[in-house]
Design a protein around this ligand. Structure first.
Ligand SMILES: Cc1cc2nc3c(=O)[nH]c(=O)nc-3n(C[C@H](O)[C@H](O)[C@H](O)COP(=O)(O)OP(=O)(O)OC[C@H]3O[C@@H](n4cnc5c(N)ncnc54)[C@H](O)[C@@H]3O)c2cc1C
Ligand SMILES: NC(=O)c1ccc[n+]([C@@H]2O[C@H](COP(=O)([O-])OP(=O)(O)OC[C@H]3O[C@@H](n4cnc5c(N)ncnc54)[C@H](OP(=O)(O)O)[C@@H]3O)[C@@H](O)[C@H]2O)c1
Length: 420
């Protein structure tokens, strides 16, 4: 208790409200935070979830486009302890996934404190506790003090905004993929989609469906794989093959199968990286594109593939190959990044890029009660496996300590009775 008082310096104490949390603080109420909370609930460990937005799964609810579906089969996307409803299709829609997450939060009684953005968190050596400072949307400040801190802010917490010459002088609309909902407002327009990851490909496809004319910028290389091969999910096939074969060999097989199904994609301007798709994902975290129809539109010329951008002008783009095209709007499908380095003062578990230093499956636990969930570059299945491990780890200590406390209380109770 003495330590607790010492860690709250006077100025801080009077400027913000301090709250002691009995159990871990989980930062982020996305699928990773919810999965960890559910597993902790099962272990009987109390927790508090802090979320900067006003809803759970804000990435899914606020920063994704309407046509989005999970791109991996459903068995790889459900969270621990609650399977998807049986009538869910193989690839659930965004709406179905959000409904599932809402019922997940209800079932495990997860009630995050919304509109609280964590600004700063650090471990206080003196007290052996974490200090987590938040700011609400109304600028009120709180400080949470806890023994365990679970980082669940995600791999996609902030949008990557590229530096492109002339971007500020461009006269048409410029949005990031996170703000794109549908192609409705781009009907009949020439849209430059910057980036050819899953977002760039799917938004280009969506734009075609709304009779817009997308040009997709491919500045380097990309692995495109069919979502399914002979009716079987490519991802599932890769997972199965990896049980028996080395990664490089699975990569070779995938590329042969992709070539058989999709043909030579280089002739459309989609150069493949030298490294295989799984090795590249493991080393750099670069996700291969799982094609759901964009390639067909590229073949038909409805989606134009263009090389890197030299500069943007009023209503046009100059490309590195010297071509110039008219452009009405730009969609930046340039990806996302982790925001952990902006708020977590720590250098052991996380590296400067906001991802754990140790690769999967070892990046979930740090020192002094710090944990990371959902930074495995393995989507929802990686988040689930982290969540289970974290809850078991904390649950073990929690149970031991509560048992000891109970034993002490019972012994004390017995002593009191015997004195009468
Ligand atoms: C367009 C898109 C489609 C995707 N589709 C798939 C898919 O089909 N399958 C798959 O497995 N993966 C997919 N992913 C990957 C996706 O990141 C994960 O599925 C999942 O959302 C990760 O969950 P998370 O909880 O780790 O992160 P998030 O869902 O990003 O949740 C993190 C939460 O933390 C909150 N937060 C961030 N910073 C703070 C802070 N400082 N203080 C308080 N709260 C904070 C955020 O508001 C957010 O609610 C997709 C990603 C994108 C962008
Ligand atoms: N259906 C789905 O489930 C679905 C849909 C969308 C996204 N996702 C997931 O969401 C995550 C993010 O995907 P994402 O596609 O948004 O991002 P991403 O995979 O990181 O791709 C970003 C793209 O932007 C390009 N880029 C970045 N800066 C650029 C610049 N200045 N000029 C030109 N190109 C530039 C990159 O090219 P370089 O490679 O050359 O850097 C890359 O092609 C991934 O995990 C993805 O699988 C899933």
């Amino acid at each position: 208790m003495e330590n607790l008082f010492r860690l709250v310096d006077h100025e801080d104490f009077f400027s913000r409200r301090c709250i002691w949390v009995n159990g871990p603080v989980i930062v982020g109420a996305g699928p990773s935070g919810l999965a960890t909370a559910a597993c902790l609930r099962e272990q009987g460990v109390p927790f508090m979830v802090l979320e900067r937005e006003d809803c759970i799964a804000s990435l899914w609810q606020k920063r994704t486009y309407d046509r989005l579906k999970l791109h991996l089969p459903k068995q790889f996307c459900q969270l621990p302890k609650l399977p998807f409803p049986e009538d869910f299709p193989e690839y659930p829609s965004k709406k179905q996934f959000i409904n599932y997450l809402e019922s997940y939060a209800t079932k495990f009684q997860i009630n995050p404190r919304f509109n609280e953005c964590v600004q700063f968190a650090r471990y206080d050596e003196t007290s052996g506790l974490w200090r987590v400072k938040t700011k609400t949307s109304g600028s009120a400040e709180f400080e949470y003090i806890c023994r365990w801190l679970v980082v669940a802010t995600g791999e996609n917490a902030e949008c990557v905004m590229p530096e492109i010459d002339g971007l500020n002088e461009f006269k048409g609309d410029v949005i990031h993929a996170a703000d794109y909902k549908s192609g409705e407002k781009f009907r009949g327009k020439k849209v430059l989609v910057v980036g050819c990851g899953n977002s760039g490909m799917e938004l280009s496809l969506d734009l075609c469906n709304y009779n817009a004319s997308p040009s997709m910028v491919v500045r380097s290389s990309v692995h495109v794989l069919p979502r399914e091969i002979c009716g079987k999910s490519t991802f599932e096939l890769a997972v199965m093959l990896m049980k028996w074969l080395p990664l490089w060999f699975v990569d070779k097989l995938l590329l042969i199968l992709a070539w058989l199904v999709l043909g030579n994609i280089a002739k459309y301007g989609l150069k493949r990286p030298a490294e295989g798709p799984l090795q590249l994902k493991n080393r750099e975290g670069k996700t291969p594109v799982l094609d759901i129809g964009a390639l067909e539109k590229i073949r038909s010329g409805d989606i134009k593939v263009v090389p890197g951008i030299k500069r943007l002008n009023g209503f046009s783009v100059e490309l590195v190959n010297g071509e110039e095209h008219d452009v009405d709007a730009v969609v930046l499908a340039t990806g996302y990044r982790s925001n952990v380095p902006c708020w977590l003062q720590e250098g052991e578990l996380f590296s400067k890029n906001g991802f754990p230093k140790s690769p999967f499956p070892n990046g979930w636990k740090g020192n002094s009660g710090l944990y990371a969930v959902g930074f495995t570059r393995r989507g929802l299945s990686g988040a689930s496996s982290d969540a289970i491990r974290i809850a078991q780890d904390i649950g073990l200590v929690w149970k031991q300590e509560t048992k000891q406390k109970k034993q002490r209380t019972t012994a004390c109770h017995r002593r009191c009775i015997s004195q009468f």
